[in-house]
Ligand binder design. Sequence first.
Ligand code: ADP
Length: 169
Amino acid sequence: MITITLVQGDITRQSVDAIVNAANSSLLGGGGVDGAIHRRGGPAILEECRALRASHYGKGLPTGQAVATTAGELDARWVIHTVGPVFAASEDRSDLLASCYREALRVADELGASSVAFPAVSTGVYRWPMRDAARIAVETVRSTDTAVEEVRFVLFDEQAYALFAAQLR
Ligand code: ADP
């Protein structure tokens, strides 16, 4: 049985097997969670991202997919990078956002990770409304068949935390 936990705080401060990064498809870093992970994790993560780009993702990591690297100096074994969809009112991209959670858990299973911390993917620069993002995140994790024992959602602010908590009730 999977246990879902909630934390309000900084995902780069979590001690877990794998920390999920809300990356962009370039895998070369960005703002938000991505910037924070590379800053605190150090250069080893970016180096591996560059190598992955060269070997597998010349056109970038497609939206909804996930790939793992070392976690550098973070208190984790791996960072799992996933690319969330940009929110669009004109088109339903929910499946792509759900895919980020499913694929990250699939990669976690491949790695043998038993605890995984997720940020609220796509809710920053990619503008996904937090309430809807929380619903998709919780529903997808609950309905995914995985050996991961703990999924920890790490929410940066109080409002995001409250919206995730409401989904869990
Ligand atoms: P995206 O490009 O997928 O929207 P962002 O990194 O811009 O990704 O934002 C995703 C969410 O992560 C936002 O809700 C943002 O407030 C939050 N966030 C930013 N920094 C951190 C952090 N260090 N730890 C946890 N959450 C964070």
